[in-house]
Design a protein around this ligand. Structure first.
Ligand code: FAD
Ligand code: SIN
Length: 530
């Protein structure tokens, strides 16, 4: 049995930076429901370390930030989007200030740190735990707002579309989502005039990722199944410096460590490795360059990791800038004030996603999207550090404003069919989920990683195709669980990534293939149409 239909004006899937930004603006006049898988703080937002890029210093300019973004994105970015987001940054930071985010100061000014690919210091931050401060401030404001209902532990399964209407209207609209209540095990129908997808990235499709457990690309997969285009899914960002530790597998060491002077060293010889790859920009080259350099060193010398060393700075400097990382590492027996940190690259950010316009509209009427689940044109072939929280604020706000402006034109939802569980039973083989999940993630890491070849991509495609019927068969016969929902989405995203990678016959930004090492003159998006 499905739970009773619940109706709000706007449904938001995701309680990270994008979802809550949209919710707070919409709640000025509309009733908003925000759903989150697991806890309300389970998305990537709470994990962000480095900060938020914004032109706030007198010596910096929008033009420079735009240029840095386009250089990192290898020209695949959409200039209008880049301008829209970067020029929207100061207002976004002001709003966060008003919400009480305690950004670090340097006397009367904000303290600005530096990260790879940025030609200026322009990252506002709260020590090395910016995301937690932002998430907490947004959540507090949302909890205090009587027009916002926050429901954690709701795992959305699929968008509600025309085919779920009692009487099919042919409108092709999205009317909300079916969600598994993770506490009761029942499937609920959440119906609304407007739906915003803010469900984050697909990082967990890879074996090693800095992203939290729930980053399984649910938003991208749901939108794709409902009929929306996705773009540039091959552009998966690998962060150069994830902690190498046998116990803790996904702890990020912020790029700001390099921004504040950290060196990348060969762990045996102590050689500063970036000298051999990008002697001009060294450790502050864009992420794709640094991640490939480390990957090359690890493979060439048979290493497990390389060293990131900032111990030449004073202990006071290190602990003042990086209190969270310092403490976490001390707990693992590593003192970054006196010695190096072992690091490896790991998946970090999904640059591709659901295609949206400047108004955050997707292809589907009734569906808007914002944040890491989207491809807005901002990041192109590689995201510039600390541009993604910014994108969440700007597009979360854009989605809200567009919904408010078009409210009178949005039709009221029709009667929707409840979730049908009459033909499924409880699973008796949970091992299938674990096996497939592990297989996909390992295969993506080995065959669709930092350096690619057509042969490896084809192998991956073959495996993914084989798994498709097994997963769909399982999904068709057994009652949904969050693990099953995630496996289905993870598999869908893996397929989209590999298909996109096979379509790109060049190396550009994050997509580096030995079979097509050159970059084409014209930059073209990889757009997949359902
Ligand atoms: P998220 O914050 O990931 O939130 C996703 C939401 O969707 C969650 O509430 C989740 O529960 C919900 N959800 C997912 N699936 C479902 C479902 N099926 N049903 C219901 N709800 C669902 N970016 C920067 O700009 N600066 C940084 O310093 C920075 N540091 C980072 C450090 C780390 C370790 C990581 C992993 C990322 C970092 N990023 C940084 C990237 C940035 O944090 C993310 O891109 C951004 O927070 C994404 O926000 P979002 O709102 O799109 O999604
Ligand atoms: C970091 O702190 O290195 C992450 C910044 C980002 O992903 O933008």
């Amino acid at each position: 049995m499905a739970e009773a239909v619940k109706e709000y004006d706007v449904l938001i899937i995701g309680s990270g930076a994008a979802g809550l930004t949209a919710a707070l603006t919409l709640a000025e006049s509309r009733r908003v429901l925000v759903l989150a898988k697991g806890e309300l703080t389970s998305g990537s937002t709470a994990w962000a370390q480095g900060g938020i890029a914004a032109v706030l210093d007198a010596g910096d300019t929008f033009e420079d930030h735009i240029r840095d973004t386009m250089v990192a994105g290898a020209g695949l970015n959409d200039l209008a989007t880049v301008e829209f987001v970067i020029e929207g940054a100061p207002a976004a930071i002001d709003r966060l200030f008003e919400l009480g985010v305690p950004f670090n100061r340097d006397g009367d000014d904000l303290h600005l740190t530096r990260e790879g690919g940025h030609s200026h210091r322009r990252i506002v931050h709260v020590h090395d735990a910016t995301g937690w401060a932002v998430q907490a401030a947004l959540l507090k404001a949302a909890e205090e707002n009587p027009n916002i209902t926050l429901l954690p532990h709701r795992s959305c399964i699929d968008l509600i579309t025309g085919r779920h209407e009692d009487k099919y209207s042919g409108s092709g609209r999205v009317w909300g989502a079916y969600a598994l209540n993770e506490e009761t095990g029942k499937v609920e129908s959440h119906v609304a005039r407007a739906t915003i997808l803010a469900a984050g990235g697909a990082g967990r499709v890879y074996q090693f990722s800095t992203a939290p457990r729930g980053a399984t690309g649910d938003g991208i997969a749901m939108a794709w199944r409902a009929g929306a285009r996705v773009s540039n899914m091959e552009m998966m960002q690998f962060h150069p410096t994830c902690l190498y530790n046998l116990e803790v597998k996904n702890f990020l060491i912020t790029e700001a460590v390099r921004g504040e002077g950290g060196h990348l060293l060969h762990p045996v010889t102590g050689h500063r490795i970036m000298q051999d790859y990008d002697p001009e920009r060294m450790e502050l080259a864009p992420r794709d360059v640094v991640a490939r350099a480390i990957d090359d060193q690890i493979k060439r010398f048979g290493l497990d990791y390389v060293h990131l060393d900032i111990s030449h700075q004073s202990p006071e400097f290190v602990t003042r800038h990086f209190p969270t990382i310092h403490e976490k590492l001390l707990g693992l027996g590593i003192d970054m004030t006196t010695g190096p940190i072992p690091v490896v690259p790991a998946q970090h950010y999904t640059c591709g996603g659901v295609v949206i316009g400047l108004d955050a509209r997707t292809d589907l009427p009734g569906l808007w999207a914002a944040g890491e689940c989207t491809e807005s044109g901002l990041h192109g072939a590689n995201r510039l550090a600390s541009n993604s929280l910014l994108e969440c604020f700007v597009f979360g706000e854009a989605a809200a404003q567009d919904i408010l402006a078009s409210w009178e034109e949005l039709p009221a939802p029709p009667s929707i069919r409840e979730w049908d569980e009459s033909r499924v039973t409880d699973s008796d083989e949970e091992v299938v989920i674990k096996q497939n999940w592990t297989e996909i993630r390992r295969m993506m890491w080995n065959y669709v990683g930092i350096v690619r070849t057509t042969k490896r991509l084809e192998r991956a495609k073959h495996r993914i195709d084989l798994l498709a019927s097994e997963i769909e068969d399982y999904y068709g016969h057994f009652r949904v669980t969050t693990d099953l929902i995630e496996l289905r989405n993870l598999h869908q995203c893996a397929e989209l990534i590999v298909r996109s990678a096979l379509k790109r016959h060049e190396s550009r930004g994050l997509h580096y293939t030995l079979d097509y090492p050159e970059t084409d003159e014209a930059a073209t998006d990889t757009v997949l149409v359902p």
